[in-house]
Design a protein around this ligand. Structure first.
Ligand code: PEP
Length: 269
């Protein structure tokens, strides 16, 4: 059974006192919600704070991008080994904000995914269509193109070692989340596509939805069978709001566990 997961993408927000308040508040509010998993992706200079506050707890942290190279003359880039040195377990890649700035093409995302796995980081790979592509009915073509670029590098077994996030660009930071039905439909399609290549991988891979997730829509989104949780941008800037989303994931996971156990009890009765 897949546990629900919530990942905060704090983007280029925060400062030392604000991060301290957020990380300590998250620890207080979510570390005992043990049915789901929680990850915080901080801006690079602040990984030391996540490491200081979250080490030894159930909450993990990660980077928002990384170089596809290990070391070298790449001014401004961050080596995956540098993320590891600060205790990062995860790293986001292929985010639309980086794709649109020209930093992460399909092919480069595939290389990044491969490099992350090689050094022992868990990639969080983002996919999603623009508003124009959505209106032209191209959602499925776009996400399959983006997914294929990764599969070409690491194969489907490698893909399944990472986390996928479907993030329609038109839903990011707009307050207009995809409907749970639309998100479920695309995630179910993605899982079905992976299933054609490897049944076990499709069953186990975590696929998140991202785009204007908040404390009001989280429970309904997370109740969908193929939505394994959320990648959360704006709502992760408010500690209480983010903790409420973690709680929604925890409750959704807990109810799945009850659902799995009850039929077994019935059989044994
Ligand atoms: C994101 O940028 O990954 C994201 C999901 O942002 P928001 O939640 O603000 O839409």
């Amino acid at each position: 059974m897949r546990r629900k997961m919530v990942i905060a993408n704090r983007k280029m927000h925060g400062n030392i006192p604000d991060n301290k308040e957020f990380l300590e508040g998250l620890l207080d509010g979510a570390s005992s919600l043990d049915h789901a998993e929680y990850v915080v992706c901080m801006p690079h200079p602040y990984h030391f704070q996540a490491q200081a506050i979250l080490t030894g707890t159930s909450i993990n942290w990660g980077g928002q991008t990384m170089s596809r190279f290990e070391f070298g003359a790449h001014t401004g880039s961050i080596s995956p080994y540098m993320l590891l040195e600060f205790g990062c377990k995860y790293v986001i890649m292929g985010h639309s904000e980086r794709r649109m700035s020209g930093y992460e093409s399909d092919a480069a995302s595939g290389q990044r995914f491969e490099e992350a796995l090689k050094v022992g980081l868990i990639p969080i790979f983002c996919m999603g269509e623009t508003l124009q592509e959505f209106e032209m009915g191209m959602t499925v073509d776009v996400v399959i193109r983006q997914l294929t670029a990764v599969i070409e590098h690491v194969g489907v077994k490698g893909l399944a070692k990472g986390i996928l996030a479907y993030e329609p660009v038109w839903a990011i930071g707009t307050g207009k989340a995809a409907t749970p039905e639309h998100a479920q439909c695309i995630l179910s399609f993605l899982r079905g596509h992976i299933e054609l290549l490897d049944e076990e991988a499709a069953k186990n891979i975590t696929i998140l939805y991202g785009g204007s997730v908040n404390s009001k829509n989280a429970a309904t989104l997370f109740s969908m069978p193929d939505i394994d949780g959320g990648l959360v941008g704006g709502a992760s800037l408010n500690t209480q709001e983010f903790v409420a989303i973690c709680k929604a994931a925890n409750d959704a996971s807990a109810s799945l566990e009850t659902f799995e156990v009850e039929p077994l009890l019935a059989v044994n009765a």
